[in-house]
Design a protein around this ligand. Structure first.
Ligand SMILES: Cc1ncc(COP(=O)(O)O)c(C=O)c1O
Length: 335
């Protein structure tokens, strides 16, 4: 089957910047690829996935995008933004009760006009059924639904990060450093699966390393391999699932939405040292894992390391109380 049409949404190529002070401290060359700047309301990694998911949706004549996630889901916010941009409807199944006041991503979802359905924890356990029910509801009113899985992580969404690897190979070809390693945050691993596919297709020389921030490493590896197999089978890609899928394990903390001081300190550190905001739930956990790995062995990932910043900045704001406490305490960072 042909690859779905790509609906152009991403402001690409995203810039690559060197983190000068951190590089000097760690004794490596550390870079950020700013996928937090992909556009469409700073939609981060999701908008790359959505280029293909929405391409498929519009090719099928869909008028309503349905997806799911946590109350502060970046995917739900990105889907809401894309739907508003394209004149489609967005219906979101979110885990949790309706809060008294909207905040962060949820505030943006509402601002962008998404129709939000609040699911209890038990209902969210069977979220696939909830999504199918919502699709039936849309059909019953004469609409045409298209379901996007949580985090946009299937073989279609992964094509967005296949393209990111192609973009990165092109940037290296035009003078960007030849990175030994490219590091990316992994929840489902869909983005990493895409990078691993693009690496082979575009001849990207860098090792691709993921940092699981919630799920056990084995589950992330399985999910990456399954996504790649589906893409290879469905789209006839001339690539293989690599024998080793590299992950930096042990940085999951207490789970996805449970943010600890270490992540918040990392957010503050990068903001103060380099003027870049990470998000506490995803990128700060992964970046903290990367820093820990490099502090233990500066050459563990080679001399030139690029971290892909996958966005998520709006979930900083719901952590205002924890951050305020931290910022008003003892000096957090002096260098
Ligand atoms: C900001 C951010 N970074 C990284 C990820 C992880 O992406 P993936 O599910 O493709 O591993 C997500 C989504 O879950 C995210 O919102």
């Amino acid at each position: 089957m042909a690859v779905p049409p790509r609906y152009p949404l991403v402001l690409a190529p995203t810039p690559i910047l060197k983190l000068d002070r951190l590089s000097a401290q760690l004794g490596v060359e550390l870079y950020l690829k700013r996928d937090d700047l992909t556009g469409l309301l700073e939609s981060g990694n999701k908008v790359r996935k959505l280029e293909f998911l929405v391409g498929e949706a519009t090719a099928q004549g869909a008028d309503t995008l349905i997806t799911c996630g946590t109350l502060q889901s970046n995917c739900c916010r990105a889907v809401s933004a894309v739907a508003a941009r394209l004149g489609l409807r967005a219906v979101l199944a979110v885990k949790g009760g309706k809060p008294e006041a909207y905040d962060g991503n949820l505030l943006l979802d509402r601002l962008l006009g998404a129709d939000i359905r609040y699911l209890s924890g038990a209902e969210f356990e069977r979220v696939d059924e909830a999504l199918a029910d919502l699709a039936d509801e849309v059909r019953a009113r004469g609409g045409r639904p298209y379901i996007i899985p949580e985090s946009g992580s299937n073989e279609v969404g992964a094509l967005g990060y296949l393209e990111c690897a192609v973009e990165l190979a092109g940037q290296i070809g035009q003078g960007a450093p030849r990175f030994d390693t490219v590091v990316i945050t992994a929840f489902s691993g869909g983005s990493q699966a895409g990078l691993l596919m693009g690496k082979q297709l575009a001849g990207l020389p860098s090792e691709i390393v993921g940092v699981p921030i919630a799920l056990p490493a084995d589950r992330v590896r399985d999910s990456i391999a399954r996504t790649m197999v589906k893409a290879i089978t469905r789209f006839g890609l001339a690539i293989e699932v690599p024998k080793t899928i590299h992950l930096l394990d042990g940085y999951q903390g207490r789970g996805r939405a449970a943010v600890g001081d270490e992540e918040l300190r990392t957010v503050v550190q990068l903001a103060r040292q380099e003027g870049v905001a990470l998000d506490p739930v995803y990128t700060a956990k992964a970046f903290a894992g990367l820093l820990d790995t490099l502090r233990k062995d500066p050459q563990a990932l080679g001399q030139r390391v690029c971290f892909i910043h996958t966005g998520g900045i709006f979930s900083l704001f719901p952590f205002r109380a924890e951050l305020s406490r931290l910022l008003d305490g003892e000096p957090l960072f002096s260098a």
